[in-house]
Design a protein around this ligand. Structure first.
Ligand SMILES: [Zn+2]
Length: 98
């Protein structure tokens, strides 16, 4: 993959997927964030305050992340398994799946 004119101005940091480890532009990934109070949530805007983790918008990556509890590792905070289900629902475009 060759990006057009990269690295000359402000260095655009690629984000690393918590599942597969691939680096992609931020816009192609989903961010999850640990708020200062420890709450873990999906950061759809990508701009929420707190420590962030990124994942490809791909169920396969999410599954990999779940198996190693990658969000907990990246966020340095316990992450409940149900959160991965929440992310899966988000990726599928459902807001709730009762
Ligand atoms: Zn990935």
């Amino acid at each position: 993959m060759a990006g057009p004119s990269e690295g000359l101005t402000k260095r655009r940091r690629a984000r690393k997927c918590a599942g597969c480890g691939a680096e992609r532009p931020k816009g192609e990934m989903l961010r999850v964030v640990r708020a200062p109070d420890g709450a873990i949530s999906i950061d759809a805007s990508g701009r929420a305050q707190g420590r962030g983790a990124y994942i490809c918008r791909d169920a396969v990556c999410l599954d990999r992340a779940l198996k190693k509890n990658a969000f907990a590792r990246v966020l340095k905070h316990p992450v409940d398994r149900s959160f991965y289900g929440e992310v899966a629902g988000f990726l599928e475009g459902k807001s709730d799946d009762a």
